[in-house]
Write a protein that binds this ligand. Structure first.
Ligand SMILES: Cc1cc2nc3c(=O)[nH]c(=O)nc-3n(C[C@H](O)[C@H](O)[C@H](O)COP(=O)(O)OP(=O)(O)OC[C@H]3O[C@@H](n4cnc5c(N)ncnc54)[C@H](O)[C@@H]3O)c2cc1C
Length: 307
């Protein structure tokens, strides 16, 4: 593999060939990507997109990899990584303009330092701003990213386009940005002025609750299934007696049943098989068909649970 195979990029971008994607997912699962590029500028991003188009190479965007299950066979194409890049950040009065690669806990802390409330919910979510916008991340109907967005800038047909909030549909773990396969590069957030200590207290409460209820310091992908309307997926899984159930190296967390932890060198197949068992058992018990919250990423055979 030599450099002439991909476009000449600036020093801000970094290219990795045959990169192990398990290094870039929170659950530490996933095969190799043929090309893995940490893109450092819009110009480089445009170059990469026109290259993949001309060569017919499949590509995907990856944030912090905290909401994905990557195929054991990896990704035969280009992964454009935004984490630790595309991370511009400016605070102007009660507004924050941030690149989509900025991590949510960092955003939350910056807002607190500037006495800006609205981002407390993001303190314990280990994803990027882009990933959060893609799925409308949040912790409740009130505390979610769509509630503080003013506009989102995407790269469409090689042009930057700023879309105002009223032109984006958001719902529970849904945004129209996802449906339209937008490449999110930046967003403007609108926050409210508040006492720093009050913001800090809220952030601490959120973190304490997470530590109590979630399997901290394990390899996982956050909530595996979406909550059905007015119900908790975790409770349904617990009631189906699935806590601690294990397939290969993947296990239903004994702390939070809607988390699958990578106990011991789990594969994506172990996780997908365990998800299928959960879905079937909960359906048998309740007639409710749980839907995955985590996204499948791979270009070979898609496991049934994600179809
Ligand atoms: C321990 C833990 C706790 C969690 N808690 C929560 C929680 O409380 N609430 C919640 O909502 N989620 C939670 N999550 C899930 C996850 O952190 C969020 O969904 C987060 O917003 C995903 O961001 P990411 O950068 O990791 O996205 P990734 O996992 O990298 O990607 C997810 C999807 O977004 C797409 N994407 C990412 N960036 C872009 C971009 N710039 N442009 C276009 N598409 C993009 C990817 O292609 C992929 O399809 C948790 C996860 C973990 C591991």
């Amino acid at each position: 593999m030599n450099n002439s195979m991909y476009p000449n990029l600036s020093a801000h971008s970094r290219v990795f060939i045959d990169e192990n994607l398990s290094k870039h997912t929170y659950i530490r699962i996933g095969g190799k990507a043929k090309y893995f590029i940490k893109v450092g500028s819009i110009i480089d991003l445009k170059k990469l997109l026109s290259w993949v188009k001309s060569k017919n190479i499949p590509y995907i965007i990856l944030g912090a990899g905290s909401n994905v299950l990557v195929d054991d066979d990896g990704w035969n194409g280009l992964v454009i990584s935004f984490k630790d890049s595309m991370n511009n950040l400016q605070v102007k009065q009660n507004k924050i303009v941030a690149g989509s690669g900025v991590m949510l806990p960092k955003l939350s802390k910056v807002a607190q330092k500037h006495s800006l409330a609205g981002l407390e919910f993001a303190i314990g979510i280990p994803g990027t701003l882009g990933g959060a916008l893609y799925s409308n991340a949040g912790i409740s109907n009130v505390d979610q990213i769509s509630k503080i967005i003013k506009n989102v800038t995407v790269l469409r047909d090689s042009k930057l386009l700023t879309i105002d909030l009223e032109n984006i549909k958001f719902d529970y773990r849904y945004s129209s940005l996802k449906e339209n396969c937008e490449i999110i590069v930046e967003a403007e957030l609108s926050l409210s002025l508040e006492n720093q200590e009050i913001i800090d207290k809220k952030m601490q409460c959120i973190m304490q609750y997470r530590k109590l209820t979630q399997p901290a310091s394990t390899k996982n992908a956050g909530s595996i299934f979406k909550n059905p309307a007015d119900l908790s997926a975790g409770k349904l899984i617990e009631e189906a007696n699935l806590k601690g159930v294990q397939i290969g190296g993947a296990m239903v967390s004994s702390k939070h049943s809607n988390f699958i932890v990578n106990e011991k060198n789990a594969t994506a197949k172990d996780v997908a098989d365990l998800m299928m068992i959960i879905q079937n058992k909960v359906y048998e018990n309740t007639g409710i068909l749980l839907q995955p919250e985590v996204e499948w990423l791979g270009n070979k055979k898609i496991p049934n649970i994600f179809q």
